[in-house]
Design a protein around this ligand. Structure first.
Ligand code: UGA
Length: 435
């Protein structure tokens, strides 16, 4: 089927190439000319494992074309809206201007019977407003939230763990769902669970899922705070409670907490929207989830100051990791980069290493020093902070690393290192929530 994808960021670009790999004829549209140019050449504008190959194959086979002109969507029957909904300046609410602009630009090119599929994360109630504009030209809106994780974006798109549609009532909704089913025929045939519901539920599913994940992370980080004052080990605690299948061990990794372009802004937008609906109390706990998360960053800075003897001015600090998570070059709301910037603000000489995110980090925090070579980043360090759990850091040889630094002191912000091995190699090892 001919489909269009509007918005070619982490979500849209991966979605477009994935739909092409399922055999569809895909046209992708983005207002960013440089991004379009890169994608048209089959080159990814960002780092995402497996995406380069998928993109090159889709472009090479002629199944994916890209354009900066939205008129290129004409002839497609299903149009995916994949633009961002960042946090609005000066408030916790979502900035919907990109979604509004995308739908406005699409409407003049829609044909009767087309389906517009919203994938962006939006405050509940948004779809109903957009649906009226789409219906005015004889098309139908389906709300189909996306659950992909960066670092696993290709696998999550091709093999999602569920497919959710919010559709209007009656025959028009059933017809629209059936058309989108054709696009997702392959994952549906694999037995992917499907939930078809109303717009509000579909919108809420997305923010509820991200709120739950954020809460799970802040729960274990709250336990880390308790472990720190009571002398417990949060890693062992997580292992033990995780054996209860009702709780589960996944997403119970204590450390520097969550960042990225989704979890932090989604819980804030959820609180803002709930307030507007007069139900702020129902999700007021997310304010605490956010506060616990931010406190972890402050605690990491305190720990660094402590091991440096109370004065960081002039100390050389090696920060390993700038991306908000491994296998990504995304530095949006990155806990690692935040800690690096705070230590820089205290007068430390911070040297940041990351296998993929240095260019993005430099744009965001230009005053920090960056080093692409891991051993050079470690050389002469008074303290080493592991803030993103890249495999490169897990695989470090502690004995060799000890020979490079000025003082063998390591702070493990992600529970990434083998504590016994590092201590055996002469390192002072400190971690959040562990003795
Ligand atoms: C998140 C959700 O996991 C996806 O399902 C969702 O589709 C996506 O947001 C979105 O809304 O688009 P993502 O932001 O890629 O995906 O990253 P996660 O894997 O959820 O990690 C988020 C943050 O939590 C990272 O900073 C990570 O380091 C941190 N984290 C994760 C922990 O601190 N502890 C954990 O146990 C797990």
């Amino acid at each position: 089927m001919r489909v269009s994808v509007v918005g070619l960021g982490y979500l849209g670009a991966v979605h477009a190439a994935s739909m092409a790999s399922l055999g569809h004829e895909v046209v992708g549209v983005d207002v960013d000319a440089a991004r379009v140019e890169s994608l048209a050449l089959g080159k990814s504008p960002f780092f995402e494992p497996g995406f380069d190959e998928l993109l090159a194959r889709a472009v090479g086979a002629g199944r994916l074309s890209v354009s900066a002109d939205v008129a290129a969507v004409a002839g497609a029957r299903v149009h995916f809206v994949c633009v961002g909904t960042p946090q609005a300046a000066g408030s916790g609410a979502a900035d919907l201007s990109f979604v509004e602009a995308a739908v406005s630009s699409l409407v003049p090119h829609l044909a009767v019977g087309d389906v517009v599929v919203g994938k962006s994360t939006v405050p509940v109630g948004t779809a109903t407003g957009l649906a009226a504009r789409v219906e005015a030209v004889g098309a139908t809106l389906v709300w189909n939230p996306e659950f992909l994780r960066e670092g696993f974006a290709v696998a999550d798109t091709l093999h999602p763990d569920r497919i959710v549609y919010g559709v209007p009532e009656g025959e028009v909704g059933r017809r629209a769902a059936a058309l989108v089913d054709e696009v997702y025929a392959t994952p549906l045939a694999e037995g992917t669970p499907q939930v078809v519901t109303d717009y509000a539920t579909a919108e809420l599913v997305k923010v509820a899922a991200n709120s739950f994940l954020a809460t799970k992370i802040s729960f274990i980080n709250a336990m880390a705070e308790l472990c720190e004052v009571a002398g417990g080990d949060v890693t062992r605690l997580a292992d033990a409670i995780g054996h209860d299948q009702r709780i589960g061990r996944r997403f119970l990794n204590a450390g520097l907490g969550f960042g990225g372009g989704c979890l932090p802004k989604d819980i804030r937008a959820f609180m803002a929207r709930a307030d507007e609906l007069g139900a702020g109390e129902a999700v007021a706990f997310l304010g605490e989830v956010d506060a616990i998360n931010t406190r972890r960053r402050a605690r990491m800075v305190e720990l660094a100051v402590e091991v440096l003897g109370g004065d960081v001015a002039g100390a050389r600090v090696a920060v390993l990791g700038a991306a908000f998570k491994p296998d990504s070059d995304d530095v949006r709301d990155s806990p690692a980069l935040d800690v690096a910037a705070r230590l820089d603000g205290l007068g430390a000489h911070v040297v940041v290493h990351d296998p993929q995110a240095i260019d993005n980090a430099r744009r965001k925090e230009p005053s920090l020093a960056y080093e692409r070579d891991l051993e050079a980043a470690l050389t002469g360090a008074d303290v080493v902070l592991v803030l993103t759990e890249w495999r490169h850091y897990r695989d470090l040889d502690p004995a060799r690393a000890a020979g490079l630094v000025a003082r063998p002191q390591v702070l493990d912000g992600r529970g990434a290192l083998d504590r016994d091995a590092w201590q055996a190699a002469g390192w002072t090892y400190r971690a959040l929530g562990r003795p």
